[in-house]
Design a protein around this ligand. Structure first.
Ligand code: ATP
Ligand code: MG
Length: 401
């Protein structure tokens, strides 16, 4: 076994020494067997939460009602969950009652897809009662047991399935697809936060075009917020040939430039209850695009955008305007800018206040800095203290009330 699994070595030892068994389970095993980068590692054990709390000095009961304990060991933290089955799903909510069991196979059988229902011991031996490895090798998505029942229990699994298409370049088997065609409407019972988490992942993975095809074939988009009201939006998105994966903000931005008139970016953000971080990122892209529409890839535009966003933005422009701009020359242009952020400006707000001793601090300071910044970027003013001072001292501070 390799990193990061190795780091769990001591936890495995301690559990074993105390007579318990344990396995790596879920996404980390799937990703390991399909040569993907490994995300968070989940461990399953027949030890009960109180056993774990007893035998490990440092634990946090992060989800104790579901059997999950966070074990902190030598600076590493791992979520360890007791083997369990899930009780009935009522009203499509996750079962709040779980029963602990003593057998890994029973635990694996509650999981959604065969590729997610494998366990691996510390020697790398795989427990695979549902032939997940075979499905993974054949790039097939299959549910553990009947897909109609499993999607009825928890409709979010349908969207998780599409997300794995996007992530691992898989294909749903026919029964899975049919089950989604018949039951996608059940997604309406799922909280928008859970749907949003999966959609964000779906849009930011490599095989997004394939996932979009799957969304169309399975008709699942008809039960997703916004897409359900504007099926045309989905059709347009499907026509785009995504050659790079976008971050979520980029995706939202692209979506709304394709169907601007019908839906607004804000509607999407509100409906999907997206975070303020994503909201800020989208707003930034929208502002930069406005600037681009007026000035093209001007110095001011590049300055506003920032180097980090450059490649992503050029890709977005090419997508929505069907252009083929290259980002490398723009990158050089960016590097040649006289300044790259306000910090690099030769003067500060303090200097302005000093130059106008009779003025009270106010909005004008920010406005002046912005103006100086623009003149410097456009090379109408050198980024030099005295040059800026003599220009600015001729300006008239507006009266504020
Ligand atoms: P990721 O790589 O994004 O973490 P993951 O498959 O590990 O993907 P998690 O949400 O971390 O997803 O879930 C861990 C495991 O729990 C899954 O691999 C699966 O075995 C099981 N699981 C997660 N969500 C469900 C669900 N809705 N229904 C059944 N089993 C699930
Ligand atoms: Mg995971």
């Amino acid at each position: 076994l390799k990193e990061p699994f190795i780091q769990a070595g001591n936890i495995f030892n301690v559990l074993n020494e105390n007579g318990f068994e344990c396995y790596f389970v879920g996404g980390s095993v799937r990703d390991y067997l399909s040569n993907q980068p490994i995300g968070d590692i989940d461990i399953a054990t027949n030890a009960k939460p109180e056993d774990m709390q007893r035998i490990f000095p440092k634990t946090v009961p992060v989800g104790i009602e579901h059997g999950t304990v966070l074990i902190i060991d030598q600076g590493n933290a791992f979520e360890v969950t007791t083997y369990r089955t899930e009780g009935e799903y009522k009203d499509f909510r996750r079962p709040n009652k779980v029963s602990f069991v003593d057998n890994i196979t029973i635990d694996l059988s509650r999981r959604d897809f065969t590729m997610n229902a494998m366990a691996m011991d510390f020697e790398g031996n795989i427990v695979d009662p549902f032939n997940g490895q075979n499905d993974l090798d054949n790039k097939i998505i299959r549910t553990v047991r009947d897909p109609f029942d499993r999607f009825n229990e928890d409709p979010l699994r349908m969207l998780r399935g599409v997300r794995f298409v996007s992530q691992l370049n898989l294909q749903m088997n026919d029964k899975v697809k049919e089950a989604i065609q018949e039951q996608h409407h059940l997604l309406k019972n799922i909280s928008v936060e859970r749907i949003s988490d999966e959609l964000i992942k779906l849009f930011s993975r490599t095989y997004i075009n394939k996932a979009l095809c799957t969304m169309e074939e399975s008709m699942i988009y008809l039960s997703l917020p916004i897409f359900s009201e504007y099926p045309k939006l989905f059709k347009r998105v499907k026509e785009i040939n995504f050659t790079q994966h976008l971050n979520h903000a980029g995706m939202i931005f692209a979506l709304f430039h394709l169907l601007q008139k019908n839906v607004s970016v804000n509607e999407w953000i509100q409906t999907y209850k997206l975070s303020n971080v994503i909201k800020r990122q989208v707003t930034h892209l929208v502002n930069c695009y406005e600037c681009y529409r007026v000035e093209g890839f001007s110095k001011t535009m590049l300055y506003e955008l920032g180097q980090l966003e450059l490649e992503n933005f050029v890709y977005l422009i090419n997508l929505i305007e069907n252009k083929s701009h290259k980002h490398e020359p723009l990158n050089h242009l960016y590097e040649d800018l006289p300044i790259h952020s306000r910090n690099e400006l030769a003067v500060s707000g303090q200097d302005l206040i000093k130059w106008f001793p009779n003025e009270r601090k106010g909005k004008w300071v920010g406005d002046y800095l912005k103006e100086i910044e623009h003149l410097v970027i456009k090379e109408r003013l050198p980024n030099n203290y005295h040059a800026i001072e003599s220009t600015v001292k001729q300006w008239k501070v507006p009266k504020e009330n």
